[in-house]
Write a protein that binds this ligand. Structure first.
Ligand code: SAH
Length: 341
């Protein structure tokens, strides 16, 4: 059976005309799936029963199933555990800000990038998610809270550029005016730095934000934290960032997890400032979330503030990310399949 929720409206149109149906049916079905967020063909009440039957013989509707939700007493952040059709599970996080509801979704079950400070990579990558499985994390959260989601970040489990075809389809579908119509400016893809993927994304000229997980200002130091640094040098990464900026006109974000005694010295700040200025990037500082397996500890509040100040002195735009949902382990790098433990 074909996964109907992963079809773009154009693909759906051509499938339906192949079935001898009128093309306008595609818009009706797309709306049921991607705006009204129904989970079965039976709910598509403006289609004839015979068409609903025909559809349910050829297509399946992917629905992720909410197994659990934890709600932060501190800030209302919600961490969801969703089960996929094959029994694998992923987590997604809803963060409520003054400017709207933001959802952090997973793009893979696990991750094979092997960053030393990240909990999501510990068990390796089991598989990549389909576009429908990424969309449905947002759809089920929308239904759960009964409010619109205005921002999406692909910063949960997985490396989006290790699943780029499906991620690109997801970005197009979530921003499609026939679907939830979330502005591309409110979509962020975060990557540990897969250079060919960055270039490919640049060539699509989307208005999304690209975030690069930098975490170190020299190749030597970066290699100690991130396996991907063995494959692509900082020079290659910066060239790709500049290419992205040139093609899209979109400022990049550098994510920088501050780890006490590892990457938080004044010299580190100086190196990061040079890179950020070169790539026209904004720097987002995140005191590392401790992961039991690694022993890394976060830089203190004072250390974080002086790192930020050092960047600003060099003319770099820097922010410290407000950690959300720490009491429910929903903060970044802490997503994991807890129920397996
Ligand atoms: N694979 C993608 C997206 C998922 S990780 C990427 O690497 O960007 C999302 C962000 O959380 C990345 O910047 C990642 O480096 C960061 N991160 C991972 N573990 C963390 C931890 N323990 N503390 C703080 N940030 C962490």
């Amino acid at each position: 059976m074909k996964d109907i929720k992963s079809l773009t409206i154009e693909e759906l149109r051509s499938e339906l005309s192949g079935m001898g149906e009128k093309p306008f049916r595609a818009a009706q079905i797309y709306k049921w799936l991607h705006v009204k967020l129904v989970s079965s063909f039976d709910e598509m009440t403006d289609l004839s029963i015979s068409l609903r039957d025909k559809l349910s013989r050829e297509y399946s509707i992917t629905n992720v199933r909410q197994l659990d939700v934890q709600i932060s007493a501190e800030d209302g952040t919600r961490k969801y555990l969703f089960e996929l059709g094959d029994g694998n599970t992923v987590e997604s996080v809803l963060m409520r800000y003054h400017h709207g509801n933001s959802v952090c979704i997973s793009s893979q079950v696990g991750c094979r990038m092997g960053c030393k400070f990240c909990a999501s990579t510990i068990g390796g990558c089991i598989r990549s998610l389909e576009p429908s499985e990424m969309l449905d994390q947002i759809y089920k959260i929308t239904l759960d809270i009964g409010e619109r989601i205005s921002n999406v970040v692909i910063m949960g489990m997985g490396e989006p550029m290790d699943n780029l075809d499906n991620v690109i389809k997801f970005l197009n579908m979530i921003s499609d005016e026939n679907g939830l119509n979330i502005s591309q400016r409110n979509l962020t893809v975060s990557t540990c730095g897969l250079v060919p993927g960055i270039r490919r994304l640049a060539d699509l000229h989307l208005s999304i934000t690209l975030a690069i997980s930098l975490h170190a200002g020299t190749d030597e130091k970066r290699k100690k934290l991130m396996l991907i640094a063995e494959k692509y040098s900082l020079d290659e990464l910066m060239d790709a960032c500049l290419y992205y900026y040139g093609e899209t006109g979109r400022r990049l974000t550098f994510e920088y997890s501050l780890i006490s005694g590892v990457n938080d010295t004044p010299q580190d700040a100086d190196e990061i400032a040079s890179l950020a200025l070169k790539a026209h990037a904004h720097v987002n500082l995140i005191p590392v979330n401790p992961v039991t397996e690694t022993g890394f500890m976060p830089t203190s509040g004072k250390g974080t503030a002086s790192f930020k100040e050092a960047l600003e002195k060099r003319g770099v735009n820097a922010t410290v990310r407000r950690e959300m949902g720490r009491d429910i382990d929903g903060a970044c790098g802490q997503l994991r399949k807890r129920h397996l433990n």
